[in-house]
Design a protein around this ligand. Structure first.
Ligand SMILES: [Zn+2]
Length: 432
């Protein structure tokens, strides 16, 4: 057991009603075992089932303690309700005292003592007015909640302790304004579900990014934004959708998961057809319902962010603890949980500009989390598709259809060759 995991998630609220993007400040696994594990390259998960949690004693915004307990119970049930996943939660009781801004540090320090097995496996802290969030050094008007895995068994890749803090300031009854961001109870419940998603090992996911970055976000696009999207969008739901369902089922598969769904695996590679490209968003979209039922993965999601990465910041001279160092996993993508049908595979950059870039606490995939940036697309296309067979003269919109059957893994002719990228080596080299 140790405490290497330091994930903090911020969910930033975006108010579409208040003139575009207001800096109100508002699918894949979160951690992967590294070289110190006896089986590197495995996503971290809980081995306990049911997973116990303990709730705080106080109120949450204008919600009483009993109402807050109901909210969190419904949020846990949202994940339990996924019928291709085998994951259960158990309300194991209450914390031993009301956690407030005055005692948050002693509470946190006690949790961080992983050798103290009398501490709760998961603590759900109700921050009544944002005071706890503020004491932890975050902006109480933009941070809806945080989630952190605290203790883990890094050999096995099992979580042992975690916590969530929910910021009640957003539901204290104050009308939404620039200086006091507020959300609906339904949206807040969605944030609970999101934070629990992190607690059980899910990373952020990027699908239908236009709903954040462009003025156009049709209803079906919004409906296809996963709960694990890094930023809360106005009108977002609180029920796991296809991408969330695929992610939780891949980590905690029920017996019917592998027999009723298929998966597509491949690599994202440069124009030479062989050099793998890390850190790109890969989305499988079903032909019949492409916007609402897409499933995503980040290329190289099982591989460490650090090994051989020339773009690692100069200050980062330490080997990253997480992620496999198996070169076969560089640029590899694996999109599970696909209902049988026909799909296109598209590749795009992860959101990499502006104040809300998907980095650090809002990262999608390991690159943004560890390095604080995301790669831009290296070639001529800002968005392109799997097209087989691929030709350098293809247009960016050229695409082929991949048919997935139940219980089938499609993994041939699935490499996405990026168009118009620099060659693997410069003209003076002739490396292997
Ligand atoms: Zn998050």
């Amino acid at each position: 057991m140790n405490m290497r995991i330091k994930a903090i998630c911020l969910v930033i609220f975006l108010s579409l009603s208040t003139a575009g993007i207001v800096p109100v400040q508002a699918g894949g696994p979160l951690y992967v075992t590294g070289p110190d594990s006896s089986h590197p390259g495995q996503p971290y998960r809980w081995s306990l089932n049911p997973i116990p949690y303990y709730t705080d004693l106080g109120s949450l915004g204008n919600q009483s303690n009993a109402q807050a307990n109901d909210l969190i119970s419904e949020a846990f049930q949202a994940w339990e309700g996924v019928n291709t996943a085998n994951i259960r939660f158990q309300n194991a009781g209450q914390l031993s005292y009301d956690v407030t801004a005055n005692n948050i540090f002693s509470f946190q320090n006690t949790l961080r003592n992983c050798g103290n097995t009398s501490q709760p496996a998961n603590a759900i802290v109700y921050d009544v007015d944002g005071g706890v969030i503020e004491a932890l050094g975050m902006d109480k008007n933009s941070t809806l909640g945080i989630s952190e895995a605290i203790c883990s068994n890094d050999d096995a890749g099992f979580y042992a302790r975690g916590w969530v803090v929910m910021n009640g300031r957003f539901i204290d009854g104050t009308p939404d304004s620039y200086s006091h961001a507020s959300v609906s109870i339904e949206e807040f419940k969605g944030v609970f579900v999101h934070e629990i998603g992190h607690l059980i090992g899910l990373d952020h996911a990027q699908i239908n990014l236009n709903c954040l970055t462009e003025s156009s976000c049709p209803a079906e696009d919004l409906a296809g934004v996963p709960l694990m999207f890094p930023i809360l969008l106005e009108g977002a739901g609180s029920v796991p959708i296809t991408d969330d369902i695929a992610a939780v089922s891949a980590l905690y598969p029920a017996l019917n998961f592998s027999s009723t769904t298929g998966r597509i695996q491949g690599r994202v590679v440069f124009s030479d057809g062989s050099t793998p490209a890390q850190g790109y968003n890969v989305i499988a979209r079903p032909i019949g319902d492409p916007r609402k039922k897409a499933v995503s993965c980040v290329s190289g999601f099982l591989f460490t962010a650090s090994a051989g990465n020339d773009l690692a910041p100069a200050w980062y001279d330490e080997e990253i603890f997480f992620g496999s160092q198996d070169p076969a996993l560089i640029g590899f993508y694996d999109i599970p949980g696909l209902p049988p049908g026909d799909y296109t595979i598209e590749v795009e950059a992860i959101y990499n500009t502006g104040e809300m870039a998907f980095i650090e606490g809002s990262a999608v995939g390991p690159i943004g989390y560890y390095f604080g940036f995301q790669y831009k697309m290296p070639g001529t296309c800002s968005l392109q598709y799997l097209n087989y067979p691929s030709s350098p003269s293809d247009s960016c919109s050229a695409k082929s259809v991949v048919t997935v059957g139940a219980g089938v893994t499609v993994n041939t002719n699935t490499d996405v060759i990026l168009l118009g990228t620099p060659p693997r080596y410069d003209a003076w080299e002739d490396g292997p």
